[in-house]
Ligand binder design. Sequence first.
Ligand code: HEM
Ligand code: HEM
Length: 327
Amino acid sequence: MPSSSPSLRSRISWKQISWKRLAWYLVGALVLLAVAVLAARGLRSLPAVQAFIEQYPGHSGLPDGAPVGIPAWLGWQHFFNVFFLVMIVRTGLIIRSKQRPPAFWTRDNSRFPRTKGTPRRLGISVWLHLVVDAFWVLNGVVYVVLLFATGQWVRIVPTDWSVVPNSLSVVLQYLSLEWPVENSWVSYNDAQVLSYFAVVFIASPIAIITGLRMSPAWPMQGRLAKLPSERVARALHFPTMLFFLLFTFVHVVLVLTTGALRNLNHLYASRDSDDWIGFAVFAGSLVALVGAWVVARPLLLAPLAERFGQVRRMPQPAPAPQPAARR
Ligand code: HEM
Ligand code: HEM
């Protein structure tokens, strides 16, 4: 539908995505998964592997006095984390699409924070990406501080090398389709521990450091100006997002297939039960996530950008003539 001000969305050509290629990737992934399942079942029939699983059932165990359950603050932190990530991923993909920014933003240097150098002009999508990043980092810092202040960290930080064989054992058990019995209210299995640790304490810092390196906040002079090089940061930032997406996909599939109602109650209602309350809160949170995706449109938020700097809108190209019939 032609409109007087074509939104950024209509300028991203969805035709650029090759659905055929995507379908082939999907088929390839399913074949690989089927092979992995067959291999895991084969392995589990071997006595040596059975002994290994018996020795490392999947939990390295928590220290005495470890907190039981998931407190409400953790549920909130997790919700805001996902909420901001939806906006970060959307604006990141817009930046990556290399579309000409529909507007540019220049920080008003007559107000706080004042800097010596002249502010650099940013594409409006990079501006929005950076604003949401700031909220995401703030939320993450609060989460990590609370994690350590409450002792809750022992549930996601490995303290014993046996998490490695235990994680391997968990992966083998899931792949062989004979799933272990879990009680994640008391403790996560070691594959969860390792992957939660990786996303919080490895992938997130990498996203932050490489993102800051590409941003105007990074000093142009001095020792920091060289370390790490901007080229390395650029090369790492996008694969880090792919890691986040892969983690989220596997995480959500497992949350929903290993006792969805109980898991959702843990995180969304802070209770250990298998009624529908956690699910209802989760469903409500999905509405907020869809809202985050819809709102994360740079031009929609341009009036907000104007309050903190100068926004220059670029003339929009005329909408391309619509073909009479779609193929
Ligand atoms: C809508 C999508 C999501 C749902 C439904 C979901 C659900 C859950 C649930 C139910 C748990 C508790 C696990 C259990 O009791 O077994 C959990 C924990 C966790 N999730 Fe998610 N999750 C989602 C997205 C994400 C994303 C995008 C990230 C990060 C990139 C993430 C990171 C984590 C972490 C780090 C934990 C462990 C938290 C702790 O105990 O400190 N989740 N999630
Ligand atoms: C504090 C955290 C972060 C900061 C400071 C940051 C900063 C940036 C900056 C400045 C750019 C623009 C680069 C350019 O001008 O071309 C960018 C691009 C991008 N960001 Fe971030 N970012 C952060 C976190 C994240 C996270 C968590 C994700 C995804 C999970 C993400 C996904 C992306 C993507 C996909 C791009 C486009 C990359 C490309 O063109 O290859 N960012 N980010």
